[in-house]
Structures are given as structure tokens and as C-alpha cells.
Design a protein around this ligand. Structure first.
Ligand code: SF4
Length: 433
């Protein structure tokens, strides 16, 4: 079969679609991209905000329209939360989050049962020349590996727990085997992902599950660069940062704060305070040189008056984050916050979003300029033609986006780069081969 894969949303969704790609390839099927004829289209949807749900509908319609003869499969959080609405889009299969891992088998059975005899694709890569970035059109150079799903917390704004269910971890040996396979396949970087990554292992009776997993991955695999995706601040203790004695772990922590005001954090049912968060970030920075700390911030949460928002702004500035991911509060039916009083007007929410973005841009500039003149290792991901040469884009270990001129064949290669200038698009450098 010729399979087209698309995903929206979080890193967990990315890791799941990459897992499906490996499953389809292992089953002998080929990957196709936009503009190529597909026998099957699989869309992994998102519903974290109203906008994400709307984009999921739009992409499902687009894929159906541009691939009229393909078997259309829609899965992910939007399909989990609104199966009827997705079914009404005229798709062939609506697959919930818990059945997602069986999509390769269920699609194959559906195709056979439905007597759709797809063409045998001649575009599939043979396993001998399997290279990471050929996984499927649009695939990433870095491998996202799902180690955990679901969440047992009940943050009052969050629909993810409803869509993904209770927290559950993949067996450690299974994760280690997958990462060893990815290293053999040529990946330079692996990103561990989950809904509530920090709770990894709790359901396996392992209190320090994530620490132990990372420890074993460093000891039992040759993964050159290991990165951790989003971590809830309350899951980390000071000793956790001793893992960064290994230079193979990306010096980047994404710690969702959500608000810099304690009163707002209480209404969000977040298990952290600004004082606790500040202390954690302080000990992380003391333990990990060049550490970049990024975060998620919600503006316009119900009841957030001007005083609370000003406190949030001031605390975010004091934390000197390397980057902010800013979300306007999105009312999600099924969450506790949806029925809270004092929802904020869209005008005020967009004004606060503008102010938080302005602060974010200033903090990001300040952080990255600290590294001007330094030479740092960059994993190159993609190139763009620039006159008769190429401009490459990639990430440092501490998650700085770098661009530099270079020759062909740098994709999935790590090189030292001297950081020479700061531009609105980020730092630029010279490849120091
Ligand atoms: S920790 Fe909170 S925000 Fe994160 S997935 Fe769980 S409930 Fe949602």
C-alpha cells in the first residue's frame, strides 16, 4: 500500500505517527507525500484547543478531497473526543487513542475486507538504504519515541486527560530496544515523549522511573543525543539533574509553568507554586551549564484579573526563560475550568497575549545572544537553496535554532559551528569542520 501520514499537535502525536511509519514500512508498505497517490491516509489529530480541533477537521477534509480513492483513517485526541463529528466528515475509519497502536493491522484487515486491492508501491525504500529522514515525506531528523501515555493529574484547563485516559508507561526494556534500533538506523538524536513524561514508571511501581530509564538508555545504548520533552515541574527533584553529568543529554528543559501567579495556579489545580518553580529552575541552572529553560504560559484563564496577569508577566520575566510557548485560554467542554466564573473577554485575552509575546521575544533574544562567539555542536536537519549554495538549519544541544551556509549532505550530521551573528530569525554561524 502507498501510505500517507499526517499529524497535528504535540510531540507525542509525532512519535506515534513515526511509530506507525516504522510499522507500515516493516509490513512492506511504502510512504508517499503530498501530491502523490495514496491508498491509505492516516491523520493523527489534536484537540488541546478549539483551534486545534478546527485544524484537525480542515486537514481531514483536505486529505479526503485530494485523495478521493484512499482509505481515510482519522485518529488522535479529536477522534477520541468527537468520534461522531469525525465520522460525519465521511472518513472510512475513526480510531480512538487506545486502538491507535493497532492501526497497521486494522487498516490491512479493512482493505482486505473491503476488497480494495491497492497497487504495490514501487516507491518504498528498501531496508538496506533505510535512512532516518527518509522514514516518510516530511519526517524529522530527530526520532520521537513515545515512552508514556495518559495522565493522572486534573489540571482544570486540560482536555488531554479526558482524551488520553490514565497514566501508563511502556516497559523499559521495550523502550531501550527501540532506541537501540533507532541508533542502528542512523538517528543522531532521540526525543523521549509522553503526555506526563515525568510520571514514567509510576504505574510500573518505579518511583524514579524516568531517572532510571534515562540512566539505562545512557548505559545500554550509544544514542549520541538524548532529549526529554515536556516535564511537569513537580515531578523533578534536585538529584534528577545529576543525569546531565553526561554530555549526551540535551541541555534543555521544557517546564510548563502555565501562569506566574499563585492564585491562578491554584485555580488551575497545578501542583506547583511560583516559589517552588523558581527554586527548581535555580537548582537546574546550578547543575547544568548553558541550560535553556522553556515553558508554556496560558493567558486569559478564567478569573485572571489585571493584577494576576501583571504578577504572571513579572514572574516570567524574572525566570529569564529561553523561549515561551504562549496559549490563549481555550474553553474545552469536559474540563473543570469550562464551568468556572469570570471568563475573560477575547479583546483582553488578545491584548495579554500581545504583551506576553513581546516579553517572550525579548527573553529569547537575551538568551541566545549569550552564545555569540561560542562554538557549539549542531545537528543539521534541513537545507534551503541560497543562490548557488545551501543554508542549513539545525539545533544545538541546548535547543538554539542555528542557520549556516554549507555544502550538500549535512542532514543528520552533527558539526561544530561558530556562532557569529544574531538575526530576527535566530543565530547564524559558520560550520567549523
Ligand atoms: S499534567 Fe496537567 S496539563 Fe499536563 S497532561 Fe496532565 S492534566 Fe494535562
Amino acid at each position: 500500500m502507498r501510505v500517507r501520514l499526517e499529524t497535528l499537535g504535540c510531540r507525542l502525536n509525532i512519535s506515534e505517527i513515526e511509530g506507525l511509519a516504522r510499522g507500515f514500512i516493516a509490513a512492506g508498505h511504502g510512504m508517499v507525500g503530498p501530491g502523490e497517490t495514496a491508498d491509505v491516509c492516516v491523520l493523527n489529530t489534536c484537540a488541546v484547543t478549539g483551534i486545534a480541533a478546527r485544524k484537525s477537521r480542515q486537514l481531514a477534509r483536505h486529505l479526503k478531497r485530494t485523495n478521493p480513492s484512499a482509505v481515510m483513517v482519522v485518529t488522535g485526541c479529536y477522534a477520541e473526543l468527537e468520534p461522531e463529528q469525525v465520522g460525519a466528515l465521511g472518513v472510512d475509519m475513526v480510531v480512538g487513542n487506545r486502538e491507535k497502536d493497532q492501526i497497521v493491522e486494522s487498516v490491512t484487515q479493512y482493505v482486505q475486507r473491503d476488497n480494495r486491492q491497492p497497487q504495490v508501491s514501487d516507491s518504498q525504500p528498501s531496508t538496506s538504504d533505510f535512512q532516518p529522514h527518509y522514514l516518510y515525506p516530511g519526517a524529522r531528523t530527530r526520532a520521537f519515541v513515545k515512552v508514556q501515555d495518559g495522565c493522572d493529574n486534573r489540571c482544570t484547563f486540560c482536555i488531554v486527560t479526558v482524551a488520553r485516559g490514565a497514566g501508563r508507561s511502556r516497559p523499559t526494556d521495550e523502550v531501550i530496544a527501540e532506541v537501540q534500533g533507532l541508533v542502528r538506523a542512523g538517528y543522531q538524536e532521540v526525543v523521549l515523549s509522553g503526555v506526563h513524561l515525568g510520571s514514567y514508571g509510576h504505574d510500573l511501581g518505579e518511583g524514579r522511573g524516568l531517572y532510571n530509564l534515562v540512566r539505562r538508555l545512557l548505559d545500554e545504548s550509544d544514542v549520541p543525543r538524548l532529549r526529554l520533552s515536556s516535564l511537569e515541574p513537580w515531578d523533578l527533584d534536585e538529584d534528577f539533574f545529576s543525569l546531565w553529568e553526561s554530555p549526551r543529554i540535551g541541555r534543555h528543559l521544557h517546564l510548563p509553568l502555565q501562569s506566574g501567579c499563585d492564585a491562578t495556579l491554584r485555580r488551575m489545580a497545578r501542583h506547583t507554586t511560583t516559589a517552588g518553580f523558581a527554586e527548581l529552575v535555580h537548582s537546574a541552572r546550578a547543575a547544568i551549564p548553558d541550560l535553556s529553560v522553556t515553558t508554556d504560559i496560558i493567558v486569559g484563564f478564567p478569573g485572571e484579573n489585571e493584577t494576576e496577569f501583571s504578577q504572571s508577566l513579572a514572574f516570567v520575566e524574572a525566570m529569564a526563560f529561553a523561549k515561551l510557548h504562549i496559549f490563549r485560554y481555550s474553553r474545552r467542554e469536559g474540563t473543570a475550568a469550562a464551568s468556572m466564573p469570570d471568563h475573560i473577554s477575547p479583546q483582553i485575552v488578545s491584548e495579554r497575549s500581545r504583551r506576553m509575546h513581546a516579553l517572550g521575544a525579548k527573553l529569547e533574544r537575551t538568551f541566545r545572544r549569550r552564545f555569540l562567539g561560542r562554538t557549539m555542536d549542531v545537528l543539521w536537519e534541513a537545507d534551503e537553496p541560497n543562490g548557488d549554495s545551501l543554508v542549513w538549519s539545525g539545533l544545538t544541544g541546548n535547543y538554539l535554532r542555528i542557520s549556516a551556509p554549507g555544502g550538500p549532505g549535512l542532514r543528520n550530521v552533527v558539526t561544530p559551528v561558530r556562532l557569529v551573528a544574531d538575526t530576527p530569525g535566530g543565530l547564524t554561524g559558520e560550520v567549523a569542520l
